[in-house]
Ligand binder design. Structure first.
Ligand code: FES
Length: 387
């Protein structure tokens, strides 16, 4: 059983709202808003994660009934572009019908149910099933049936593709298989107020997909919390308030925010260590802020780990022992310090001062703004050329 205690306790030290309130540039008001989530204990039975019965229940009661993001409009920029969206054993076809209209259909032929499209396509003039060649106009109207004389009961009225509900938000295309569902706008509520830069002004620069061999909720939950930072990303702790994170829930919308700048409350957060990276390089050495073990890269796949009491050992990037007095080491740190480094990143500098958090955050925010400025410059130029 997984038990989640919500609302009763919080970390020592400064809260997320107090961090924001001390910033030089005032934050958007919504960042300081707390959701009206009632504190309490939530238990989740483990069968929810692995039983066939639960999976089937989710298909019937969730995936067939909920608004879900199927693609981005940039995935189907031109008329005739199609995108295949698969969820559980369900498959849907998202189609750019015109410059202003996107439709969705079950990706299943009205003849014998073969998938109409096996993968995404561009510039289709019609939707054609590859089995016997039935075809439909882009708007789903039945177009052609080979040997139609053998199908007297088949017509546009009976065998056009069935519309699936479609909605758009922020450039993302959503579908809902339930024809009686609430409008997407009602489902999302006032989601827009959480974003200072509307999503419509953003574009897809890259699209990465990673298939994880786990239940979808396991993956989803891993990206909804900072609780794993202390175990999995200790390198962040010198300047990341993992346990200061703020979680809010409003109806169908939830939000998680974690502050850069303050040391983790798991550490001696009132006395940050400016020498967490002894070499001043992000991937060459690191002092674990809790164990105080020093990890130093000797070469790729070879890490020296030393304790404050003088014991030391050599490990590979997977924390497998090679030699020395010390026989075990932190896996994630061995991987960080001894793993592959992208070419050109070997000496990436990193340094922390023991400056006050407010000063640190102000300096870091200015640096980030400068970092982003050239990209926006290019974007503005592209926009001007398009106009
Ligand atoms: S199954 Fe599609 S045309 Fe026959």
């Amino acid at each position: 059983m997984v038990e989640t205690l919500t609302g009763h306790n919080r970390s020592n030290g400064i809260s997320y709202n107090e961090i924001l309130e001390s910033d030089t540039v005032p934050p958007p008001a919504i960042f300081l808003e707390d959701s009206p989530m009632e504190p309490g204990v939530t238990t989740v039975e483990t069968h929810r994660y692995w039983t066939k019965e639960e999976h089937d229940r989710e298909v019937e009661r969730l995936w067939k009934r909920v608004w879900q993001m199927a693609c981005h409009k940039d995935d189907i920029p031109n008329v005739g572009d199609t995108h295949v969206y698969d969820i559980a054993e369900l498959s849907f076809l998202i189609v750019r019908v015109s410059e202003t209209e996107i439709k969705a259909f079950p990706n299943s032929c009205m003849h014998r149910g073969r998938a109409i499209c096996d993968n995404h396509k561009q510039g289709q003039k019609a939707l054609r099933c590859p089995f016997h060649g039935w075809s439909w106009e882009l708007d789903g109207t039945l177009k052609e049936v080979p040997c139609q004389w053998d199908f007297p009961s088949v017509s546009k009225k009976t065998h056009s593709l069935q519309d699936v509900r479609v909605g758009e938000w922020g450039g993302f295309v959503f579908i809902n298989p339930d024809p009686n569902c609430e409008p997407l706008e009602d489902f999302l509520g006032d989601l827009d107020r959480h974003f200072q830069i509307p999503f419509e002004r953003r574009f897809v620069a890259a699209h990465l997909v990673k298939r994880l061999p786990c239940n979808w909720k396991i993956a989803q939950e891993a990206f909804m919390e900072s609780y794993h930072v202390v175990g999995t990303h200790p390198v962040l702790m010198p300047a990341f308030g993992d346990a200061n994170s703020k979680y809010d829930v409003w109806h169908n919308v939830s939000r998680a925010m974690s502050p850069d700048g303050p040391p983790s409350p798991h550490t001696d957060f009132e006395n940050p260590n400016p020498e967490s990276f002894p070499d001043g390089k992000a991937f060459q050495s690191f002092i674990h802020p809790i164990s105080k073990h020093t990890f130093r890269r000797l070469e790729e796949n070879r890490v020296e780990v030393s304790m404050p009491n003088g014991k030391s050992g050599i490990f590979d990037m997977y924390a497998n022992y090679i030699e020395g007095d010390l026989k075990s080491a932190d896996l994630h740190m061995c991987n960080w310090v001894g793993g592959k480094i992208a070419p050109g990143e070997e000496d990436t500098p990193i340094a922390y001062n023991d400056e006050p958090m407010r000063v640190f955050r102000d300096r870091a925010a200015k640096a980030r703004r400068e970092e982003m400025r050239p990209a926006w410059g290019i974007w503005l130029i592209i926009s001007a050329m398009l106009i």
